[in-house]
Design a protein around this ligand. Structure first.
Ligand code: HAM
Length: 420
């Protein structure tokens, strides 16, 4: 076949999807306990939303968005991330009307035109959560705690938390000027970083090129240039982490690839995803984003977790992966001809209404082939419908584990299947 899935996209097939479902179910249960409500924003947004929110000089806006040029009106893009759409929706739908915090979470596909490799795709999925309405570092620690519980529940081990502060509009510009001066004097930077040095020096800090590392390691640290408020905020955040016993490493290079961040940024990383895609999740504070979108001031904090990366980690975890196989039919109806198919059809329907997984084959197979199929599927019971059964209204139900047969009226089948 020469029609294939688009490069960088993947089918999630039965047999694999169950792990996704379990992750999503656990996430939903847990996030509800922390007061989050689910939000589903469209996959398409105005391109402008991302240009304004993420920043014109970011990799995502420069080269990774899937944009559909407008015939009339404005260009639209497939969302590359979830924070900007959530804040857009928060403003548009006045979700701040009640007092207190607005806590929202989402699960869904995002799109970035990146070079695909293991752990990096063009369509990928994120679980994300955003809290709007507080600039308190305590809420940041609460999010860290929630993430720890989630990863613990799922059995993810060996993830490290990196934290940093990227300052605020009152202290960051002075640091960026110092950084720029230093960078412009450097000759050993990659071509991208030379460009970044002129247009957005902070981006140099998260360059992944090995050749840039020696230069970056010797650059001044942003943490030495924070204003008092940012310093206090960062200290309080770490005190809360200590309070709840979450360990972390302070990582001054962690500026993240999006321009909306202020103050706290963080990532959870693992060595088990390979050297370049080591981030399982990342996030931070974005207090000015609402104003960038012409809304009233609204502080925000959140994270995005890459579901494919989480699944990669868990799939190696044999204990979880081993549990998955396609569901076994509780009862398989085999039939001899079109008349008995009709009876089997209605019997299966009635049992399904009672919550039983009843299987019916439409492959035109002989009775023997149907029995083989029932075996292959691991069906627990088999019921063969022939003229006799239709005439007498008594059905013989065979328990596959030991071959015992029981003749029952229709109304007794479900209890029998259940009780076995
Ligand atoms: P991000 O770091 O760009 O942040 O993405 C978050 C996570 O999504 C990454 O840590 C990674 O696991 C996953 N991810 C990103 N790109 C790809 C890709 N091409 N293929 C597979 N997985 C990928 C954000 O998106 C922010 N919106 C997070 C946030 C929420 N900040 C505040 N609130």
């Amino acid at each position: 076949m020469n029609v294939r899935s688009v490069r960088g996209t993947h089918d999630i097939l039965p047999g694999s999807v169950e792990l996704w479902q379990e992750i999503e179910e656990k996430t939903r249960l847990l996030f509800r306990r922390y007061g989050y409500g689910e939000i589903r924003t469209p996959v398409l947004e105005e391109t402008n939303l991302f240009c304004r929110s993420l920043g014109l000089e970011t990799d995502i806006v420069q080269k990774e968005m899937y944009t559909i040029p407008a015939r009339r009106g404005r260009d639209i893009s497939l969302r590359p991330e979830g924070t900007a759409p959530v804040v857009r929706s928060y403003l548009e739908n006045h979700l701040n009307r009640g007092s207190g915090l607005t806590k929202l979470y989402y699960v869904g596909p995002m799109f970035r035109r990146e070079r695909p490799q293991k752990g990096r795709y063009r369509q990928f999925h994120q679980i994300g959560a955003e809290v709007l309405g507080s600039d308190h570092p305590g809420i940041e620690a609460e999010v860290m705690e929630m993430l720890h519980v989630l990863l613990d529940d799922l059995g993810v081990r060996g993830v490290r938390l990196l934290v940093n502060s990227v300052g605020c509009p009152s202290c960051r510009p002075a640091y960026v000027r110092i950084l720029q001066e230093r960078l412009l004097a450097e000759s050993d930077l990659c071509a991208d970083c030379r460009k970044r040095s002129r247009r957005n020096p902070l981006r140099v800090l998260d360059c992944k090129q090995a050749s840039c590392s020696p230069v970056i390691d010797n650059l001044p640290s942003i943490l030495d240039h924070l204003c008092r408020e940012c310093r206090d905020h960062f200290r309080r955040f770490r005190e809360f982490l200590d309070l709840i016993g979450v360990s972390y490493s302070v990582t001054p290079r962690l500026v993240r690839g999006l321009d909306y961040y202020v103050r706290t940024t963080f990532e959870m990383v693992t060595d088990r995803l390979g050297p370049t895609q080591n981030a399982l999740l990342g996030g931070g504070r974005y207090d000015g984003l609402s104003e960038l979108l012409e809304g009233p001031p609204a502080q925000g904090f959140g994270f995005g977790l890459g579901l494919e990366r989480l699944v990669l980690l868990l799939s190696r975890n044999d204990q979880l992966a081993a549990g998955y196989r396609s569901p076994r039919p509780e009862i398989f109806f085999a039939y001899l001809n079109e008349d008995s198919l009709e009876k089997a059809f209605t019997l299966a329907r009635d049992l399904r209404r009672e919550g039983i997984f009843a299987y019916l084959d439409f492959g035109g197979r002989s009775l023997r082939a149907q029995m083989r199929l029932a075996n292959r599927l691991g069906s627990r019971f088999v019921c063969v419908i022939g003229d006799d059964e239709i005439r007498t209204g008594l059905y013989s139900i065979k328990r596959m584990a030991d071959g015992t047969q029981t003749r029952l009226q229709q109304g007794r089948i479900s209890r029998h299947v259940r009780s076995a």
